[in-house]
Each structure stands twice: as C-alpha cells, then as structure tokens.
Design a protein around this ligand. Structure first.
Ligand SMILES: Nc1ncnc2c1ncn2[C@@H]1O[C@H](COP(=O)(O)OP(=O)(O)OP(=O)(O)O)[C@@H](O)[C@H]1O
Ligand SMILES: [Mg+2]
Length: 242
C-alpha cells in the first residue's frame, strides 16, 4: 500500500502522523513492514527517527533516482524502517513500480506544492491530509482538494485527518462538522488525533508515541486510525499467502 501524507499547509501533523501511523500499522497487525520515506528537505522525520544516520548515507534522493540501497531500521519498532531525507529531490523521479507484499510505504511530504508532490500524489493509492481544526485549516482543505481535482487525483483516494483535536472545544467540533458537511463523511476520517503533550515530546526522545508513552491517548488514536485505514478482514497482502 502506498500512502502519501500531505498538506500544503505547514505544521499540521504530517511528520507526526507518518511516524506514529507507521508504528501503529505494525502494532495493530495491519502491515508486515512499513517503509517511511522522508520527502521533506527539512528532514524532520529523519531527525525524529533516524538517530545515527551517517552523513552521506543512502537517502530518499537516491531511492527516487532508482539507486539501490537499504533503509535504516527504526529502533524499538520492529518492521519499521526509514529512508532518510535529502536536501533536494531529483527532478525526474523513478518511483518504484511494484509493492512488496504486506508492506506499507508512507511518504512524509514537505508543505507547499511542487512537481514532485504532484508525481507522488498520482503514485500513491491513498493521500492522507492532516489538518488543524480551525478556520485556516478548513479553508486550506478546500484549496488542497481543488488542487487534487485539477491534477486529476480522484477524491476517492483522499482522506482528511483532524490532528491536535480537542472535542471539548466548540471550534473543533464546528470545524469537524463543516468539513464533513462540505466534503462528505467518506473523505473525513472519523478518527481524530487528540492534542497531546506526549505526542509533542516524543520526537525529542527519537521515539514514536508507542515507545515513548505506551498506553497514552496518542497510542489509542493512532492505533484506531491504522484500523480505520486498514479495516479488520482486509487481508494484509502476503501475510496469509500460501
Ligand atoms: N496530536 C498532537 N498533539 C500535540 N502536538 C502535536 C500533535 N501532532 C503534532 N504535534 C506537534 O505539532 C508540531 C508540528 O507537527 P509536525 O511536524 O508533525 O507537522 P508537519 O505538518 O509535518 O510540519 P511541516 O509542514 O513543517 O513538515 C510538532 O511540534 C509536533 O510535535
Ligand atoms: Mg513535516
């Protein structure tokens, strides 16, 4: 399964979701392996989970140029591995043609818009768009969807995910209701990710939320999200293969 995590807007929870959803898919038994690719030149995902990555190591620019190499295993998360980020992505990308059975590839995108983001939007089977539950998040979601419409990414492949959610706030409930009303429930993940200090502090320890604060709300939310994206009964490709 190829999943792009994107929003033009910055700081909405893309990288946090890539790391923690990746771990959640494995822990919930919904994937046999998860490959995280850091497409963002800010390299936040690499800073978060790529401790000890040597300078000059095989990276996402090599991967997208078709050069063979090995992703780096993420500590404490069996099955999770990372393709470290690069300062520049190649102009002409060679996106892998074939999926490894049972593996999810999660791409953590940079904010903004680029030819590379367009290319990976077409390559991905699903585009997950984290957003914050406020007015700018809502108007940004409309603009983002219009962009995907323009380049021909079908709406059936797009999902919005409310992050840093607080159900006690009227504003958050209102944005959730308006998002669902505007785009339809099929485009909006019913599961939200609650605002959590534990989630915000985990990157400082180089860990996912599962390793940092087992049993916390963040674990519950990302695990439910994983199950929502890969519902029970969906065979994990390759898992039960003869
Ligand atoms: N559910 C949450 N609760 C609390 N803090 C969160 C949550 N999700 C993300 N954050 C924090 O919000 C900040 C932005 O998150 P993140 O880096 O994942 O966003 P991003 O969309 O990847 O940003 P960029 O566009 O710069 O790549 C980080 O400090 C992160 O720890
Ligand atoms: Mg990011």
């Amino acid at each position: 399964m190829r999943l792009l995590i994107h929003n033009q807007k910055g700081g909405v929870g893309k990288t946090t979701t890539a790391a923690n959803l990746g771990a959640a898919l494995l822990r919930a038994g919904r994937a046999r392996a998860v490959l995280l690719a850091d497409l963002d030149p800010q390299m936040h995902l690499t800073a978060m989970l790529g401790a000890g990555t040597p300078a000059g190591a095989w990276n996402v620019a090599d991967w997208l140029s078709g050069r063979a190499g090995a992703p780096r295993p993420v500590a404490e998360e069996p099955g999770l591995s990372l393709i470290p980020g690069a300062a520049l992505l190649p102009e002409h990308m060679v996106l892998p043609a074939q999926d490894v059975p049972g593996r999810w590839t999660l791409l953590d995108s940079a904010p903004g818009w680029s030819a590379q983001i367009e290319a990976v939007s077409h390559w991905a089977e699903l585009v997950l768009c984290p957003l914050e539950p406020d007015f700018l998040g809502l108007s940004g979601a409309s603009r983002l969807l219009a962009r995907f419409d323009e380049i021909g990414v079908p709406r059936s492949r797009i999902r919005f995910l409310l992050c840093r959610f607080n159900a006690r706030l009227g504003l958050h409930q209102d944005v959730q209701a308006r998002l669902t009303e505007r785009f339809g429930p099929e485009l909006v993940m019913a599961q939200t990710v609650r605002s959590s200090v534990r989630i915000a502090e985990a990157p400082g320890f180089g860990r996912t939320i599962f390793a940092h604060a087992p049993g916390s709300n963040g674990c519950t939310d990302y695990e439910h999200l994983a199950k929502g994206l890969a519902p029970a009964g969906t065979p994990v490709p390759g898992r039960n293969a003869a």
